[in-house]
Design a protein around this ligand. Structure first.
Ligand code: FDA
Length: 395
């Protein structure tokens, strides 16, 4: 016979949002069971931030998030701010630092952040059940039943914190979206976000030699731009600028990349043509960017001549190649390499105060499973903490 357990709250997904929600609910005296199909809680916390967990961003604003309703995230972000999470980190005595642009990282390995959350769960008596592969979720009357082959958990409150499809090797699934649909809730179309672009054969051949090279650029798509580094890879383009812009890209859109965004190269080349006419163009260009980068951008163009041998139109064309490179990515590296999933459970279905589904009493959705996606830089964890906290307090 299956083991039966009745509890105040079942949370499915022991990731960032689920752990925070469990803590917030247990602090209010709720008996909480946190179920996860993985063999370890918080796997994405462990691999995040290159192993040092970029756990929040000091400058978090609603404008750092994508989603079809840009207002949905405001309430939770106001009620649980980066400083609330920093206070937890400080209380646990964990050192941290700002890397850049308000991005806060743990000085120690990401494990320190996960241990802090797990210890708090332990102090509060949260029961974490791992290796729990759910076979069904049903609701009878006011009670949810969550079953696997050996056990059934019954509860009036069920929180879905299963994240979404990015990085399946870390236990990511579309379980939350399927469950939403099972209960009649809409899910907005999903696609990989914060993900590298792939090149088609032409660009691959052109930039083949640059794999591993990083360049500071302004990158633009659909009227959104980021100033950060791009990184050439053997498949295409990555680096923070590309990850950021990928969340705003839809297949077929043209991406514009501007190297040396603070410099008007055409004007400078024309100036130098007057002041140093005998200087060779390739020598001059090397004072701005590595020769390998210039050669790839200006493929097939003779850069070896002295400046006085070039017409103004030729200098302008060379500057355009460097400062106005446009290409259409052949695609992205997909969920396998995406840091987040854009889209998700439609936020029109969910209360922004409690995270309860408007149509299904007792059913809650938090974290990445929702159609709320942060930009790169600690915003996604801040959303997980904020939505988890506000939901936990409302249970
Ligand atoms: P999360 O994915 O963390 O947790 C979901 C949990 O549900 C998992 O434990 C999973 O096993 C479980 N689950 C899934 N399906 C299930 C099922 N069917 N049954 C039971 N359990 C199930 N963000 C940031 O702010 N700073 C950073 O430094 C990084 N770095 C980073 C690096 C990499 C490589 C990735 C892939 C992602 C990041 N992120 C990030 C994004 C961040 O990790 C992500 O936004 C949050 O982990 C989302 O938190 P959730 O709790 O919503 O889902």
């Amino acid at each position: 016979m299956n083991k039966q357990q009745t509890t105040d709250v079942v949370i499915i997904g022991a990731g960032a949002a689920g752990l925070m929600c469990a803590i917030a609910a247990a602090e209010e005296g709720k008996q909480v069971h946190l179920l996860d199909h993985a063999n370890k809680a918080g796997k994405k916390i462990l691999i995040s931030g290159g192993g040092r967990c970029n756990f929040t961003n000091m400058y978090t604003e609603p404008s750092n998030y994508l989603g079809h309703n840009p207002h949905f995230c405001k309430s939770a972000l106001n009620r649980y701010t980066p400083w609330d999470f920093i206070a937890q980190v400080d209380k646990a005595g964990l050192p941290w630092h700002e890397k850049k642009l308000g991005q806060l990282f743990s000085d120690n390995k990401s494990q320190a952040i996960l241990t802090m959350l797990l210890e708090r769960c332990d102090q509060l008596g949260v029961t974490i059940v791992l290796d729990f592969s759910i076979s069904s979720v049903t609701k009878t009357g006011e009670t949810f039943s969550i079953s696997n082959a050996n056990a059934v958990y019954q509860s009036p409150s069920l929180v879905i914190a299963t994240g979404a499809m990015s990085f399946p090797t870390m236990g990511a699934t579309d379980f939350g979206h399927r469950l939403a649909k099972q209960f009649g809730l809409a899910v907005t179309p999903t696609y990989p976000g914060l993900v590298p672009f792939t090149f088609d054969a032409k660009e691959k051949a052109q930039f083949d030699g640059l794999s591993g090279t990083s360049v500071d650029v302004l990158i633009e798509v659909n009227n959104t731009s980021f100033r950060e580094n791009i990184l050439f890879t053997h498949k295409g383009l990555s680096g923070p600028a590309v990850l950021q812009i990928s969340s705003y890209w839809t297949p077929g859109d043209t991406v514009t990349v501007r190297c040396l965004p603070d410099t008007d190269i055409a004007a400078e080349l024309k100036d130098k043509q007057q002041s140093q006419p005998k200087k060779h163009l390739h020598k001059l260009l090397q004072s701005y960017l590595p020769l390998s980068v210039i050669q790839c951008f200006c493929e097939g163009i003779d850069l070896q001549k002295p400046l006085h041998n070039y017409k103004h139109t030729e200098l302008q064309a060379i500057a355009d190649l460097i400062q106005h490179w446009q290409f259409i990515p052949s695609g992205t590296e997909g969920y396998k390499k995406a840091e987040v999933t854009c889209g998700g459970v439609n936020t029109d279905e969910i209360s922004s105060k409690t995270f309860e589904a408007k149509k299904v009493k007792g059913l809650y959705f938090i974290g990445e499973v929702l159609d709320v996606t942060g930009q790169l830089g600690g915003f996604n964890f801040q959303w997980a903490w904020a939505s988890g906290f506000c939901c936990g307090k409302a249970l």
